[in-house]
Design a protein around this ligand. Sequence first.
Ligand SMILES: Nc1ncnc2c1ncn2[C@@H]1O[C@H](COP(=O)(O)OP(=O)(O)OP(=O)(O)O)[C@@H](O)[C@H]1O
Ligand SMILES: [Mg+2]
Length: 209
Amino acid sequence: MNETRTASTGRAQDRSTIPAVSIRGLRKSFGDFTAVDGIDLDIRPGEVFGLLGPNGAGKTTTINMLSTLLTIGGGVAEIFGVDVARNPHRVRQRIGVTGQYASVDEKLTGRENLRLIARLQGLSRSAAQSIAAELLDEFGLEKAADKPLSTFSGGMRRRLDLAVSLISRPPLIFLDEPNMLKGDTYRASYLQCTGGVIASKQHPRSAGV
Ligand SMILES: Nc1ncnc2c1ncn2[C@@H]1O[C@H](COP(=O)(O)OP(=O)(O)OP(=O)(O)O)[C@@H](O)[C@H]1O
Ligand SMILES: [Mg+2]
Protein backbone atom coordinates (compact mmCIF):
# COMPACT_ATOMS: atom_id res chain seq x y z
CA MET A 1 0.00 0.00 0.00
CA ASN A 2 1.32 3.45 -0.88
CA GLU A 3 0.48 6.89 0.35
CA THR A 4 -0.03 10.19 -1.44
CA ARG A 5 -0.53 13.57 0.09
CA THR A 6 -2.62 15.23 -2.53
CA ALA A 7 -3.71 18.58 -1.25
CA SER A 8 -4.11 20.85 1.68
CA THR A 9 -7.24 22.82 2.26
CA GLY A 10 -7.42 26.46 3.23
CA ARG A 11 -7.87 25.35 6.80
CA ALA A 12 -4.68 23.34 6.73
CA GLN A 13 -2.89 26.01 8.71
CA ASP A 14 -4.49 24.68 11.88
CA ARG A 15 -2.09 25.63 14.65
CA SER A 16 -2.88 22.49 16.56
CA THR A 17 0.05 20.14 16.77
CA ILE A 18 -2.22 17.15 17.35
CA PRO A 19 -2.37 15.09 14.15
CA ALA A 20 -5.77 14.36 12.64
CA VAL A 21 -4.62 10.74 12.36
CA SER A 22 -1.68 9.15 14.16
CA ILE A 23 -0.95 5.45 13.70
CA ARG A 24 1.83 3.31 15.14
CA GLY A 25 2.27 -0.35 14.16
CA LEU A 26 -1.34 -0.78 13.03
CA ARG A 27 -2.08 -4.43 12.26
CA LYS A 28 -4.97 -6.72 11.45
CA SER A 29 -5.10 -10.44 10.84
CA PHE A 30 -7.98 -12.64 9.82
CA GLY A 31 -7.06 -16.08 11.13
CA ASP A 32 -3.57 -16.85 9.81
CA PHE A 33 -3.80 -14.15 7.15
CA THR A 34 -2.28 -10.73 7.85
CA ALA A 35 -4.24 -8.07 5.99
CA VAL A 36 -2.53 -4.99 7.53
CA ASP A 37 1.05 -5.48 8.63
CA GLY A 38 2.28 -2.61 10.78
CA ILE A 39 1.43 0.85 9.41
CA ASP A 40 3.03 4.01 10.87
CA LEU A 41 1.48 7.25 9.76
CA ASP A 42 0.75 10.84 10.76
CA ILE A 43 -1.79 12.95 8.90
CA ARG A 44 -2.05 16.64 9.71
CA PRO A 45 -5.36 18.42 10.24
CA GLY A 46 -6.46 19.77 6.87
CA GLU A 47 -4.49 17.28 4.83
CA VAL A 48 -6.10 15.17 2.11
CA PHE A 49 -4.35 11.83 2.28
CA GLY A 50 -4.57 9.08 -0.33
CA LEU A 51 -4.19 5.44 0.66
CA LEU A 52 -3.30 3.75 -2.62
CA GLY A 53 -3.05 0.06 -3.38
CA PRO A 54 -4.35 -2.77 -5.56
CA ASN A 55 -7.25 -5.08 -4.67
CA GLY A 56 -6.64 -6.76 -1.34
CA ALA A 57 -3.89 -4.35 -0.23
CA GLY A 58 -5.71 -3.66 3.04
CA LYS A 59 -7.19 -0.21 2.33
CA THR A 60 -10.74 -0.99 3.47
CA THR A 61 -9.45 -2.91 6.49
CA THR A 62 -7.33 0.11 7.51
CA ILE A 63 -10.17 2.60 7.02
CA ASN A 64 -12.59 0.36 8.90
CA MET A 65 -10.23 0.14 11.87
CA LEU A 66 -9.63 3.92 11.92
CA SER A 67 -13.35 4.64 11.71
CA THR A 68 -14.23 2.17 14.52
CA LEU A 69 -16.11 -0.24 12.23
CA LEU A 70 -13.57 -3.01 12.82
CA THR A 71 -11.59 -3.78 15.98
CA ILE A 72 -7.92 -2.90 15.85
CA GLY A 73 -5.76 -6.03 15.63
CA GLY A 74 -2.55 -4.49 16.99
CA GLY A 75 -0.73 -1.20 17.43
CA VAL A 76 -2.23 2.18 18.31
CA ALA A 77 -4.40 4.56 16.30
CA GLU A 78 -5.45 8.03 17.43
CA ILE A 79 -7.85 10.45 15.76
CA PHE A 80 -7.25 14.05 16.93
CA GLY A 81 -5.43 12.55 19.91
CA VAL A 82 -8.28 10.21 20.86
CA ASP A 83 -7.39 6.52 21.09
CA VAL A 84 -9.62 4.66 18.64
CA ALA A 85 -9.67 1.36 20.57
CA ARG A 86 -10.33 2.99 23.95
CA ASN A 87 -12.75 5.76 22.97
CA PRO A 88 -14.55 4.72 19.78
CA HIS A 89 -17.58 6.84 20.69
CA ARG A 90 -15.50 10.04 20.91
CA VAL A 91 -13.80 9.18 17.63
CA ARG A 92 -17.17 8.74 15.93
CA GLN A 93 -18.12 12.29 16.96
CA ARG A 94 -15.16 13.64 14.99
CA ILE A 95 -15.39 11.71 11.72
CA GLY A 96 -17.57 11.03 8.71
CA VAL A 97 -17.32 7.78 6.77
CA THR A 98 -18.36 6.85 3.26
CA GLY A 99 -17.93 3.13 2.77
CA GLN A 100 -17.05 1.21 -0.36
CA TYR A 101 -20.69 0.17 -0.61
CA ALA A 102 -23.69 2.46 -0.19
CA SER A 103 -25.26 2.24 3.23
CA VAL A 104 -28.46 4.23 2.93
CA ASP A 105 -32.08 2.95 3.05
CA GLU A 106 -33.55 1.89 -0.33
CA LYS A 107 -37.21 2.55 0.47
CA LEU A 108 -36.74 6.08 1.71
CA THR A 109 -36.22 9.10 -0.52
CA GLY A 110 -32.90 10.95 -0.63
CA ARG A 111 -34.28 13.71 1.57
CA GLU A 112 -35.78 11.24 4.05
CA ASN A 113 -32.47 9.39 4.33
CA LEU A 114 -30.60 12.59 5.10
CA ARG A 115 -33.23 13.81 7.57
CA LEU A 116 -33.38 10.46 9.34
CA ILE A 117 -29.64 10.25 9.86
CA ALA A 118 -29.47 13.90 10.91
CA ARG A 119 -32.18 13.23 13.52
CA LEU A 120 -30.34 10.10 14.71
CA GLN A 121 -27.27 12.29 15.16
CA GLY A 122 -29.29 14.50 17.49
CA LEU A 123 -30.21 17.44 15.23
CA SER A 124 -33.57 19.15 15.76
CA ARG A 125 -36.32 18.64 13.18
CA SER A 126 -35.70 22.04 11.59
CA ALA A 127 -31.91 21.67 11.62
CA ALA A 128 -32.25 18.22 10.02
CA GLN A 129 -34.55 19.68 7.37
CA SER A 130 -32.18 22.48 6.54
CA ILE A 131 -28.96 20.41 6.42
CA ALA A 132 -30.79 17.88 4.17
CA ALA A 133 -31.78 20.66 1.75
CA GLU A 134 -28.28 22.14 1.86
CA LEU A 135 -26.58 18.81 1.08
CA LEU A 136 -29.06 17.82 -1.65
CA ASP A 137 -28.28 21.12 -3.33
CA GLU A 138 -24.52 20.77 -2.78
CA PHE A 139 -24.49 17.31 -4.36
CA GLY A 140 -26.79 18.13 -7.29
CA LEU A 141 -29.56 15.86 -6.03
CA GLU A 142 -32.44 18.35 -5.64
CA LYS A 143 -34.42 16.99 -8.59
CA ALA A 144 -34.27 13.41 -7.33
CA ALA A 145 -34.58 14.40 -3.67
CA ASP A 146 -38.13 13.17 -3.18
CA LYS A 147 -37.84 9.91 -5.13
CA PRO A 148 -37.09 6.60 -3.43
CA LEU A 149 -33.49 5.56 -3.44
CA SER A 150 -34.36 2.42 -5.41
CA THR A 151 -34.76 4.70 -8.46
CA PHE A 152 -31.31 6.32 -8.03
CA SER A 153 -28.37 5.50 -10.31
CA GLY A 154 -25.13 4.16 -8.81
CA GLY A 155 -23.47 7.58 -9.01
CA MET A 156 -26.44 9.28 -7.34
CA ARG A 157 -26.33 6.75 -4.51
CA ARG A 158 -22.65 7.38 -3.99
CA ARG A 159 -23.29 11.12 -3.86
CA LEU A 160 -26.04 10.64 -1.31
CA ASP A 161 -23.78 8.36 0.69
CA LEU A 162 -21.12 11.04 0.74
CA ALA A 163 -23.70 13.69 1.68
CA VAL A 164 -24.73 11.51 4.64
CA SER A 165 -21.14 11.40 5.88
CA LEU A 166 -21.05 15.22 5.87
CA ILE A 167 -24.23 15.85 7.90
CA SER A 168 -22.32 16.68 11.05
CA ARG A 169 -19.68 18.65 9.07
CA PRO A 170 -16.92 16.54 10.64
CA PRO A 171 -13.30 17.75 10.68
CA LEU A 172 -12.16 14.46 9.13
CA ILE A 173 -13.76 12.17 6.58
CA PHE A 174 -12.83 8.70 5.38
CA LEU A 175 -13.74 7.89 1.78
CA ASP A 176 -13.38 4.32 0.56
CA GLU A 177 -13.14 4.23 -3.25
CA PRO A 178 -14.86 7.49 -4.18
CA ASN A 179 -14.18 6.71 -7.87
CA MET A 180 -17.69 7.45 -9.06
CA LEU A 181 -17.57 10.97 -7.76
CA LYS A 182 -16.17 12.94 -10.66
CA GLY A 183 -15.92 16.65 -10.95
CA ASP A 184 -15.32 19.87 -9.17
CA THR A 185 -18.76 20.35 -7.65
CA TYR A 186 -18.25 17.49 -5.25
CA ARG A 187 -14.58 18.17 -4.68
CA ALA A 188 -15.61 21.47 -3.11
CA SER A 189 -17.73 19.59 -0.62
CA TYR A 190 -14.92 17.31 0.44
CA LEU A 191 -12.65 20.21 1.03
CA GLN A 192 -15.12 22.06 3.21
CA CYS A 193 -14.09 19.46 5.72
CA THR A 194 -10.71 20.12 7.19
CA GLY A 195 -9.22 16.87 5.99
CA GLY A 196 -9.81 13.44 4.60
CA VAL A 197 -8.35 9.99 4.07
CA ILE A 198 -9.20 8.50 0.69
CA ALA A 199 -8.68 4.84 -0.25
CA SER A 200 -8.30 4.26 -3.97
CA LYS A 201 -6.81 1.90 -6.54
CA GLN A 202 -5.86 4.97 -8.57
CA HIS A 203 -4.45 8.37 -7.78
CA PRO A 204 -7.16 10.48 -6.13
CA ARG A 205 -6.84 13.22 -8.78
CA SER A 206 -7.75 10.75 -11.50
CA ALA A 207 -10.54 9.50 -9.25
CA GLY A 208 -12.04 12.99 -9.47
CA VAL A 209 -11.08 14.13 -5.97
N1 LIG B 1 -13.51 -10.27 7.25
C1 LIG B 1 -12.48 -10.81 6.58
N2 LIG B 1 -12.13 -12.10 6.74
C2 LIG B 1 -11.08 -12.64 6.09
N3 LIG B 1 -10.30 -11.96 5.23
C3 LIG B 1 -10.60 -10.66 5.03
C4 LIG B 1 -11.69 -10.03 5.69
N4 LIG B 1 -11.73 -8.73 5.28
C5 LIG B 1 -10.71 -8.57 4.41
N5 LIG B 1 -10.03 -9.73 4.27
C6 LIG B 1 -8.85 -9.94 3.43
O1 LIG B 1 -7.89 -8.95 3.77
C7 LIG B 1 -7.24 -8.47 2.61
C8 LIG B 1 -7.39 -6.97 2.53
O2 LIG B 1 -8.75 -6.67 2.22
P1 LIG B 1 -9.28 -5.18 2.03
O3 LIG B 1 -10.75 -5.28 1.80
O4 LIG B 1 -8.82 -4.37 3.17
O5 LIG B 1 -8.49 -4.75 0.72
P2 LIG B 1 -8.66 -3.45 -0.18
O6 LIG B 1 -7.30 -2.86 -0.33
O7 LIG B 1 -9.71 -2.58 0.36
O8 LIG B 1 -9.11 -4.09 -1.55
P3 LIG B 1 -10.11 -3.51 -2.71
O9 LIG B 1 -9.26 -2.63 -3.57
O10 LIG B 1 -10.52 -4.75 -3.44
O11 LIG B 1 -11.25 -2.79 -2.06
C9 LIG B 1 -7.84 -9.22 1.42
O12 LIG B 1 -6.98 -10.30 1.11
C10 LIG B 1 -9.15 -9.72 1.96
O13 LIG B 1 -9.51 -10.95 1.34
MG1 LIG C 1 -11.55 -1.90 -0.36
